[in-house]
Design a protein around this ligand. Structure first.
Ligand SMILES: *[C@@H]1O[C@H](CO)[C@@H](O)[C@H](O)[C@H]1NC(C)=O
Ligand SMILES: *[C@@H]1O[C@H](CO)[C@@H](O)[C@H](O)[C@H]1NC(C)=O
Ligand SMILES: *[C@@H]1O[C@H](CO)[C@@H](O)[C@H](O)[C@H]1NC(C)=O
Length: 281
């Protein structure tokens, strides 16, 4: 009780001497919840605190400007700094960039309580923990985790593919490690965007978006003119190319590439049904 009275007293005192530099948080404030709750109404300036509802995990794409946002209530005129945990480097102080790495900038709109660290051209090595720190005594901080990812595109069966004339060409493009599915994926044949309504007909694309995105380019009844260079271009990942050879005759040996057989062989269907028959009851 005695201690409580004392705390109330210092709370009142701090109310009167309240300068922008808030009353430093005493040990009791943080450790004794009850006391804090009781005296709270008396304290006008309880000091800055973080809005902890914001997400602490930020995923960014390599090379694409990203933002770590820190929302601070009741900041007063205290200074906000951003610190990189990996090397305890001070990146920004207030609105100035402190590091020689000019990719880091602190953004603050005085109409808001947000102090945002902007990272331009993020690289994989920028992944890690960043802390937004407020210059109270002692300082208080809010840590956020940045992961910089690089989406990877693969085209199954590449870099060269052999298919039989008349069969269905099925090119499968896969995009992994993308923070969000690629908004669009377009395909080209010999550098020209594929037109799915062309008079040739039988050309279609199926895209399944998700953590891993799949895009299938299907060309029915492959003909000589379908040979060439096919490229899958996801809007947020690197493109991938495959060279397709449409074969006229029977060249089974040529159809094997790198140990991979990518073909609708007429007889592979037979083989499959044989296997099914064997496996069946
Ligand atoms: C903060 O504001 C108070 C007055 O409100 C002033 O006395 C103090 O020097 C200021 N501190 C800084 C760091 O600007
Ligand atoms: C944030 O990342 C950490 C570590 O990488 C993980 O443990 C945590 O579950 C993540 N939180 C959310 C909300 O994704
Ligand atoms: C195309 O190939 C992929 C991967 O091999 C397969 O999952 C998909 O079902 C095929 N689509 C068609 C229409 O054959």
């Amino acid at each position: 009780m005695l201690q409580e009275g004392f705390l109330i007293k210092i709370a009142i005192v701090s109310m009167f001497i309240s300068t922008g530099w808030s009353r430093p948080k005493t040990k009791d404030d943080s450790e004794n919840g009850d006391t804090d709750a009781e005296i709270e109404p008396l304290i006008i300036d309880r000091g800055p605190y973080f809005d902890k509802t914001a997400s602490r995990n930020v995923t960014a794409l390599v090379g694409k400007t990203t933002y770590l946002n820190c929302r601070i209530r009741n900041l007063g005129n205290r200074t906000v700094s951003w610190i990189r945990h990996r090397d305890l480097h001070l990146l920004t102080v207030g609105r100035s960039t402190y590091t020689s790495d000019q990719r880091f900038t602190s953004i603050h709109n005085p109409m808001t309580e947000d102090w945002t660290l902007q990272v331009r051209y993020p690289q994989r090595r920028d992944s890690g923990v960043y802390e937004c720190q407020v210059g109270t005594t002692p300082p208080i901080g809010f840590s956020m985790s940045l992961s910089v990812v690089e989406p990877i595109t693969t085209l199954l069966g590449g870099p060269e593919m052999y298919i039989n004339k008349g069969s269905t060409m099925n090119l499968t493009c896969i995009v992994k490690h993308s923070p969000e599915p690629p908004p669009t994926i377009y395909w080209t044949h010999n550098m020209e965007e594929i037109n799915y309504d062309s008079p040739r007909g039988g050309v279609s694309v199926i895209t399944e978006k998700g953590d891993i995105t799949f895009s299938y380019l299907l060309v029915q009844r492959a003909r000589d003119s379908d040979s060439g260079k096919y490229t899958c271009n996801p809007s947020n990942a690197n493109p991938k190319t495959v060279i397709v050879h449409v074969l006229n005759g029977e060249h089974p040996a040529a159809m094997q590439h790198g140990g991979q057989l990518r073909l609708e062989y007429p007889f592979s269907a037979c083989l499959l049904s044989v296997l099914v028959a064997v496996a069946g009851p």
